[in-house]
Design a protein around this ligand. Sequence first.
Ligand SMILES: [Zn+2]
Length: 62
Amino acid sequence: MSDEKGKTREVGIYMCTFCGYIFDEEKEGKSIKELDKCPPCQKPAYVFKLLTKKTVPVKEPE
Ligand SMILES: [Zn+2]
């Protein structure tokens, strides 16, 4: 018996401490780890701090 329904994953919302740019992993469709620099200010990704985490449903491709 396996229950594939209700699969979730945890994503984070991060903010650039330099310019205030918000990076939402769910919206961007990628992890903060894949971001090498902040798009607006070009600072390296380590200036981002975690604002909050959220759990979102995983959408399986058909
Ligand atoms: Zn920035």
